[in-house]
Design a protein around this ligand. Sequence first.
Ligand SMILES: *Cc1c(COP(=O)(O)O)cnc(C)c1O
Length: 426
Amino acid sequence: MKPEWHIETKCIQEGWKPKNGDPRVLPIIQSTTFKYDSADTLGDLFDLKISGDFYTRLSNPTTGAVEAKIAALEGGIGALVTSSGQSACLMSVINIANSGDHIISTVEIYGGTFNLFNKTLREMGIDVTFVSAEAGEDELDSLFRPNTKLVFGEILSNPGLSVLDIEKFAYIAHKHGVPLIVDNTFPTPINCRPFEFGADIVVHSTSKYLDGHATALGGAIVDSGNFDWAASDRFPGLSTPDETYHGLTYTESFGRAAYITKCRTHLIRDIGAAPSPMNSFYLSQGIDTLHLRMERHCSNAQKVAEFLEKDSRIEWVNYPGLKSNKYYNLAKKYLPKGTSGVISFGVKGGREAACRFMENLKLASIVIHVADLRTCVLHPASTTHRQMSDEQLAAAGITPDLIRFSVGIEHPDDIIADIDQALSAI
Ligand SMILES: *Cc1c(COP(=O)(O)O)cnc(C)c1O
């Protein structure tokens, strides 16, 4: 038996496993379709009697290799890579919640996910209750209904940077017989191991650190294989026959992999949010160096946060790696290697000073992006979160002056010098 590799080794060695004479580097199988010698074989593939690639909307060898790599990094039973983080979040929910159902989500989540839940899911007939990640057990207990299907939270929220108490949320979700789905985009599997703390499903926007180079949009859903879907009648989509597969029942045919199999064979088949093989290749290439990049993102961000904390031109700094931060202890527990490269802060002078500060930056660029190897900066209240009311912004931990600063992997002294000159020029 091969020894359990360290995560650094998995970043490089998991996924594509070349056989004798195969290319060493993951090949890009840029083909929508695959040839078979007999119609019977193809029929068996369609009926899920045998496994294999037949159409890239459902699976593709290049994408499959990245899925294996991401599943290995999270320690899950299987993964599905999607065309964006948004589609991963959507499918992770509608795989087990339908019209007439209810879900619970923390309110400290990415603005795009908030809109998805608050508008699109409601329009689809799925009711959503948002709750503060700080809520106590009694309050959380009171939110569950007979039709509640899942609890959703972001481990390190974008952009509020609150840290989810994963064990608390897993305990409460499980007490009510539903899974905990967590978005692990900012910490990545390098910094946080959600399954070890009881989360059941992990989702990612791979467009951020996993790709890391701002090259390929993408998302992922990873299944721990730990949740018992057959234990209650809450999940009929998994535990009763699916007519589109001749009455196959996911929990019977696929056991621990029921959830992730249904995500692929039902949802990505019907919705079609599949990644291109080229993007899967970029993603795999990005993950090869994820461990090195995360280490540098975190050490750079720690230096930048400490600089900001001491600077009199700064109103406030939020970085869970600072001892003064209210999430410091939760971060130490769940994110022992560091949180991420993302810092939020306010400059003295409020919203206007924030805009001038950003325009003065020379190294850091203003972009609608985050968690990238190049230092970048954004003002959420006027961009990514502009649809939210002031109350919704406040509940998500976003003030009008909040600057989201995504520390890259350049030399830390150059990043700090850029911030320093931009502050002086306000
Ligand atoms: C960006 C992001 C998403 C959405 O991902 P896309 O790849 O942009 O669709 C979801 N969750 C979090 C935490 C994000 O940062």
